[in-house]
Write a protein that binds this ligand. Sequence first.
Ligand code: ADP
Ligand code: MG
Length: 619
Amino acid sequence: MAVINILDHQTIDKIAAGEVVERPANVVKELVENAIDAGAHAITVEIKDGGITLIRVTDNGGGIEKEQVANAFLRHATSKITSADDLTDLVSLGFRGEALASIAAVSMVELITKTAQDLTGIRYVIEGGAEREKEEVGAPEGTTVLVRNLFYNTPPRKKFLRQPQTEGSYVADLMEHLAMSNPGIAFKFVTNGQTRFFTTGNNDLQEIIYRIYGKEISSALIPFNCREDGMSVSGLLGKPVINRANRNYEIFFINGRYIKSSLISKAVEEGYREFLMQHKFPFCVLHFKIDTRRIDVNVHPAKMEVRIADAPAFYDAVKNAVETAMRQTEMIPEIVLQEKESRGKTGVAEESVPEPFETVRIAGKTHTVTPPVPAATATAAAAAATSAVQYDRAREYDKYDRVREETDYRAAQMELFDDKILSEQARARYDILGQLFETYWLVSYEDKLLIIDQHAAHEKVKYERFMKRFREHDIVSQTVNPPIVITMNSRERECYLKHAGDFEALGFVLEEFGGNDYAIRGVPQDLYGYEEKEFFLLILDELADEAVTGTPESIRIRIAAMACKAAVKGNMRLSRQEAEALIDELLTLENPYHCPHGRPTIVSMTKYELEKKFKRIVT
Ligand code: ADP
Ligand code: MG
């Protein structure tokens, strides 16, 4: 007969720790959140070997009272809530009271802390959940937590860790998010003795982005603010020149917490739609403040995903605000002919790094039960504390180089808020020179050569015309004879039936044709003559994939946009007169700068660039 054992506390803690602590980045997150909750305004994080051998978090927060130190390491010990009722208006980041217990269960922890009231601080050592040392020490106000040898007592878990470099990059990502989510806190992040970045806590988000991502990104940002019922958003949207190849740079915070949200991603991307090429994603850093009753963050201990109540209205509000912000900025890519600028330092001035307190002394203090902090670490900390640190670009991660690589493809950007090139006033001063490669119209305008892509311009004009008619319920259906027969699988059918009314509003006329077959008898007039069948199926595909919805109205507009985008493919010859008319019509549009697929309709080259090319100007 099997014996049923009651597990001892240490075993239970080890098992439970797995939920909170999977890798060094989780530990750093919990420790930094504790520091933030403790009111710190300067936090230094240092890791070694990706955080596997050492993590040290130093803060200048309120500290822990002597009698409470041991309690802090008990499971479900928290000073942040007393009962489930408090969960509703939660403002602090941690609240489960699990982190310290979990971390201590699977590593060697040393904590040094002092409150303002106490004259001395306390040093507490706990290893694998067992208390080892507790002594009074002289310490500055605040808390330092050192976590050494993560998973030293759970080898199977240790095996799941990736290379130190990879673990370190997770921590770096996290630190960047933490710095951006707390612009009022001075952060410093040190890895293997080198300062990766620091922020000054002056609440300037753009400066933080500069420190983290460099100049190209930080100089291509549009301020963004939006206020709706029960929520507000502020932050920065990247201009299309810095669009990315993945979603990693869509950075969102809700009430100060970094979160991943497919709902918000989709809403923002939809707002950017006209400015994004396929498979491109925006760069943005957005802070949401949402009424806590409207969100549920208690989904998972990692606390990355949130649920938002009244999602469709929220989705539309965000989408519309992004769209408006993007449209208000003129964005014509400018051709820059000179060789790539050398990539040296960004020119961050030497600046004194905020230090919570004497890291040096604590770093230097080693004790017998754990591997000593190597001298290099202590020296680096000392250097950081005593002298200013030069922000060394050469040491930045590969990924930042990649970021810059990606941004080079479109060169710099031009903004003329007062004198828009694509405006009717400016139009009078256009001189259309002629056509090139049956595609581009060359226009001289003041000291610039404008190059307009006829196909992109035509697509754009056609798209806008169609969308306008659609909004004004002015769509005409064109009969297709003979009808086009299509076969839908059950998923497509379900999706079609769900949106049948929307397709009808667009001008599609469908009839059941027996079995899984449908006959398309009518198509939107403006789209007649294109690949009707293909674009009908394309819309269905996209709708079926769509995890996120919106209000019925926004879905309808979305369908119309998709239909039109799939259908319009400018492909015709234009006489000069027609080109003039096309340009005229282009100028009346709200966003004349990009075709519906996100490609630019116009680029410009300055006289200066030409003269440089011909070496009339030497710089
Ligand atoms: P939680 O943060 O969910 O309350 P933790 O295990 O992370 O649980 O921390 C337990 C308690 O220890 C906290 O509630 C807090 O009172 C105290 N604590 C932890 N870290 C710090 C810190 N850096 N400064 C002050 N108090 C802290
Ligand atoms: Mg905590």
